[in-house]
Ligand binder design. Structure first.
Ligand code: NDP
Length: 511
């Protein structure tokens, strides 16, 4: 086994290199050069030049390139998955989900983008615009910067670039320094299909990301709340719009009458998929007292059977980012110190790399960091609640509001609970269903973000509107509301406004 390289910094500003590691054993994988701020500005300038023609060719021609890229993704899926597994310490099903979702996003926008982006004719209803017609045109933000997190490096960079490219933007991608290689390979794919040079990748850490924010016209960011705020502040200096997909602390509510076998299977998938490094992963489970014991028993026996590893027989991989293991461990220790009980796991695995045992905690409460702060690791804390009201109250007691899951006796009961939850999506008896549907908006409430990805919102946010007005009546030399102002014109306008907007005798000025 290769030697761990723990002492070496990941981002080495002295040498200008990122030392990429294999989380599965801590060994060194590859060195890549960091892009400096002047290089970022040069690349941005080249992309801006290429974008002019990219927008001019129209959405149908752009769709042809994206559909070719879809085929490249399918043909090269194996290689992308291998790279992602190595740099991410993942089991292979997790990057497969990324390529499947990217392909579906391309298919969806190829179907709907031409209509959504086409000019819309609007007839105003106000007498003030009598005889006028309006056209709402859409024009792309020329250069979009996409900054992504390390947990799903492909989907959270190129996945967000797809609608921007359909809209007519050029795109600058900045994957995390922890996982830069799969995204670099994907951009090589864009070049390999011979597509116009409107996609580039930047390698580097926070400084490179900050230089990107300065260089673009729109920032699509996925990452932590703390970095998201920094990005938004920096973007505000140049009044650059941002869309932020931030952290989560998603609750799962298990209510009496629910299918407990499905709830338990879903809870362990929602809690441990991608080793718990999923923004919408279950980080808090609230279970009604009447079904608590049976639910916990089922969950614990299933978690004990999860297999840690990265081969094809494994369920749970390594933690992708090395510092993450300290965060996970500190939260578990804090919970234990405050009275929580570990039913399984609760410690690092004794092997090289960043391995933590899938963990179930009970007797937890909201005084513990594991119930309030994002864990982003393989920990499932379960709380016994008296009833659905308490479950809803505790689920809403969070700074985050990404999504939630409700297990209830039937859909109607689930929908009643869904209406009370302060989140951007609720999956009834399910996990991530909303995320796998390109047709619905995906965005968080509260500190979980602003803006949405997917659906028409995920496309149109990359465009600016331009309204063009004209008249279908023969042009007069002047308009009644132009100069000169006279008492008669004043009375006519005032009377007309009353007549149109007033009610009853008030329309005639009689109260
Ligand atoms: P970070 O916030 O640490 O980093 C996100 C990205 O921002 C990385 O590419 C990072 O680069 C970059 N960055 C860091 N500093 C700056 C800066 N000053 N200016 C511009 N860019 C900067 O998040 P993580 O990578 O640790 O990802 C985990 C987080 O992402 C979790 O909070 C998770 O919930 C969230 N997430 C949210 C999702 C959603 O859809 N809502 C989906 C997936 C994850 P570098 O890594 O090189 O420092």
């Amino acid at each position: 086994m290769a030697a761990p390289t723990k002492s070496r910094p990941l981002l080495d500003t002295e040498t200008g290199l990122i030392h990429v590691r294999r989380p599965a054993d801590g060994s060194h994988l590859e060195d890549v050069a960091i892009h400096t701020a002047p290089q970022v500005a040069d690349i941005a300038a080249r992309l801006r030049e290429a974008q002019v023609e990219w927008e001019r060719i129209g959405v149908k021609a752009r769709a042809k390139w994206l559909l070719r890229m879809r085929q490249w993704l399918l043909d090269n899926e194996h290689r992308l998955i291998e790279i992602s597994q190595e740099e991410g310490g993942k089991v292979r099903n997790e990057p497969l989900l990324e390529t499947i979702l990217m392909v579906e996003v391309i298919d969806y926008y190829a179907r709907v983008a031409p209509k959504l982006l086409s000019p819309k004719q609007v007839r105003g209803t106000s007498p003030l615009v009598l005889g006028k017609r309006f056209t709402v045109n859409r024009s792309a933000f020329p250069l979009v910067g996409v900054i992504g997190a390390w947990n799903f490096p492909l989907l959270l960079t190129f996945g967000d670039a797809i609608p921007a490219l359909f809209a007519g933007s050029a795109v600058l991608l900045k994957p995390s320094e922890v996982t830069p290689l799969a995204v670099r390979e994907l951009v090589r794919g864009w070049q390999e299909i011979g597509a116009p040079p409107v996609v580039e990748v930047l390698l580097g850490g926070g400084e490179t990301g900050a230089a990107l924010v300065d260089a673009v016209d729109f920032v699509q960011f996925t990452g932590s709340v703390a970095t998201g705020k920094k990005v938004a502040q920096r973007a505000a200096e140049s009044v650059t719009p941002v869309s932020l997909e931030l952290g989560g602390k998603d609750p799962c509510l298990v209510l009496a009458g629910a299918n407990l076998e499905r709830a338990a299977n879903c809870a362990i998938y929602g809690g441990f998929a991608n080793n718990g490094q999923v923004c919408m992963g279950f980080e808090r489970v609230y279970v009604e007292a009447g079904v608590y014991d049976e639910f916990v028993e089922r969950v614990v026996s299933k978690v004990k059977s999860l297999r840690s590893g990265v081969d094809e027989h494994s369920d749970v991989g390594a933690l992708t980012s090395a510092p993450q293991i300290d965060i996970v461990d500190a939260q578990v220790q804090d919970a234990i110190d405050k009275g929580a009980k570990v039913l399984t796991g609760g410690q690092r695995l004794d092997r090289p790399g960043t391995w933590y045992a899938p963990t179930v905690l009970v007797d937890v409460d909201h005084s513990m960091t594991v119930m309030r702060e994002e864990t982003f690791g393989p920990v499932l804390p379960i709380v016994r609640v008296a009833d659905a009201d308490e479950a809803v109250r505790l689920a809403n007691d969070s700074e985050f509001g990404l999504s939630a899951t409700v297990f209830a006796a039937d859909t109607k009961a689930g929908e009643r609970i869904a209406a009370r939850l302060e989140v951007g999506a609720v999956n009834i008896n399910d996990f991530l269903a909303n995320m796998t549907c390109a047709e619905v908006p995906q965005g968080g409430w509260k500190n979980s973000g602003i803006g949405s990805r997917a659906s028409e919102y995920g496309l149109l946010k990359f465009t600016r509107t331009k309204v063009v007005s004209s008249s279908w009546l023969p042009a007069m030399d002047s308009e009644p509301n132009w100069f000169p102002y006279t008492p008669t014109r004043w009375r006519i306008f005032r009377g007309a406004a009353r007549f149109v907007h007033g009610r009853g005798l008030g329309r005639l000025g009689i109260s």
